[in-house]
Design a protein around this ligand. Structure first.
Ligand SMILES: Nc1ncnc2c1ncn2[C@@H]1O[C@H](COP(=O)(O)OP(=O)(O)OP(=O)(O)O)[C@@H](O)[C@H]1O
Length: 383
């Protein structure tokens, strides 16, 4: 087990800055997922941790020891890659025992250890098989067993599940989490798949353009995204442009492309002024959608509507433009004065709506997230 400290880590390739000023402390026994889009610097960060790349700047410490310039073979880290990379001319058991052989462990001991690792990844009995005959999921289990057999302080996983089909990937995510909990080792797992990060991670580190933008437990990054990029990346949402009309001690009043003046309850400590440009995020889960016209009380001018206990109802009228069945939920794309907003219901059987139906979208103002023009999150109220 090991604590990892990354301090001001940077990697440049000529003109390209792949990783920029990454600092984070990873706890002993923690499973940290680095999550971000393609090219955001996740693999480069992992490769620096593994000792496969040398940082241009910054430091890496394992359990307090500076390993920044140590080669990979001197670090007790082990890496699982996405392409399995098993030796085709060795048996499954020989593959798993390979790292132990390199470390001079006796034949009996390494075979015993390899057998036990195969058991751990549910591949007991496959030791004599030729790895080329295995399925993708089985190959990845063998690769995992091989990496774990050397008893690393830190296991590094670079998109290890991305070659598997959806069902197997989801099963393997749960198994990987169980293996982690069993071994209590430090895992750093790279993925571009939000669901995978949410299933696996103790904490998620979100990367974009080489920077580590936010690190937090899954609930924290989802509920409190630090900027607009994270809000868009972590899930489907409706972004709506807005302009501040005015502010009061208890609310920010905004004009939007939706045909109503909206109220965002606030405690007044946000520094916004009239004319400021914002982006609002209306997540589908905060929107209720119902047939018919909005209640007059919720579409009255903002002046006439009350903020009660920090809450206010906003409602807009629209027309269903599109219906998509998604199994357990139905997604409705609603046109509001030419702007499209989507909402979801779980009502496939109970009077579903159809294209052309007049509907009302309704939400509580305090559930809306707001971002400044530079993408930073605006905290409208004390948490
Ligand atoms: N050896 C290299 N030489 C030049 N540029 C590189 C090299 N390795 C990575 N890069 C660049 O660094 C940036 C970050 O790449 P990296 O592979 O770390 O991103 P990533 O988030 O892991 O992406 P992916 O999910 O596609 O693997 C990219 O712009 C990439 O083109």
């Amino acid at each position: 087990m090991s604590t990892i400290t990354l301090q001001g880590l940077e990697k440049r390739y000529g003109e390209t800055t792949a990783v920029e000023d990454v600092s984070v402390e990873i706890d002993d026994g923690e499973l940290l997922c680095l999550l971000g889009p393609s090219g955001s610097g996740k693999s480069t960060t992992l490769r620096m941790l593994a000792g496969l790349e040398t940082p241009t700047e910054g430091a890496i410490r394992l359990d307090g020891e500076d390993v920044t310039d140590q080669p990979a073979y001197d670090r007790n880290t082990s890496t699982v890659f996405q392409d399995w990379a098993l030796f085709p001319h060795k048996t499954v058991l020989e593959n798993v025992a390979f790292g132990l052989k390199m470390r001079g462990i006796s034949t009996d001991e390494r075979h015993e250890r390899a057998e036990s690792m195969l058991e751990r990844v549910q591949m007991a009995g496959y030791g004599d098989e030729d790895p080329t005959t295995l399925s993708g999921g089985q190959k990845q289990r063998v690769a995992l067993a091989r990496s774990l057999a050397v008893n690393p302080d830190v296991l590094l996983l670079d998109e290890p599940l991305s070659n598997l089909d959806k069902r197997l990937r989801e099963d393997m995510q749960i198994e990987l989490r169980e293996i982690h909990d069993d071994l209590e080792e430090t895992f750093v797992h790279v993925t571009h798949d939000q669901d995978e990060a949410f299933t696996l991670a103790d904490r998620i580190g979100i990367m974009n353009e080489g920077e580590l933008i936010q690190v937090g437990d899954p609930n924290e990054v989802y509920e409190n995204p630090k900027n607009r990029f994270i809000e868009g990346f972590l899930g489907d949402t409706n972004f709506v442009d807005a302009t501040v009309a005015r502010t009061s001690g208890e609310a920010v009043y905004v004009e939007t492309e939706l045909d109503a003046e909206l109220i965002l309850p606030s405690d007044g400590d946000h520094g916004l002024e009239s004319g400021d440009e914002l982006t609002l995020s209306l997540r589908p889960e905060i929107l209720s959608i119902d047939r018919g016209e909005p209640d007059a009380a919720t579409t009255a001018t903002a002046d006439q509507r009350a903020v009660t206990d920090g809450s206010t109802t906003n409602a807009v009228a629209g027309t269903v433009a599109n219906v998509i069945y998604r199994g357990s939920t139905v997604r409705y794309s609603v046109s509001i004065d030419g702007t499209s907003v989507f909402a979801e219901r779980t009502d496939a059987s109970s009077g579903s709506l159809s294209s052309g139906d007049d509907v009302t979208l309704e939400w509580n103002g305090e559930d809306v997230l707001a971002f400044r023009a530079d993408g930073s999150r605006i905290s409208l109220r004390e948490p």
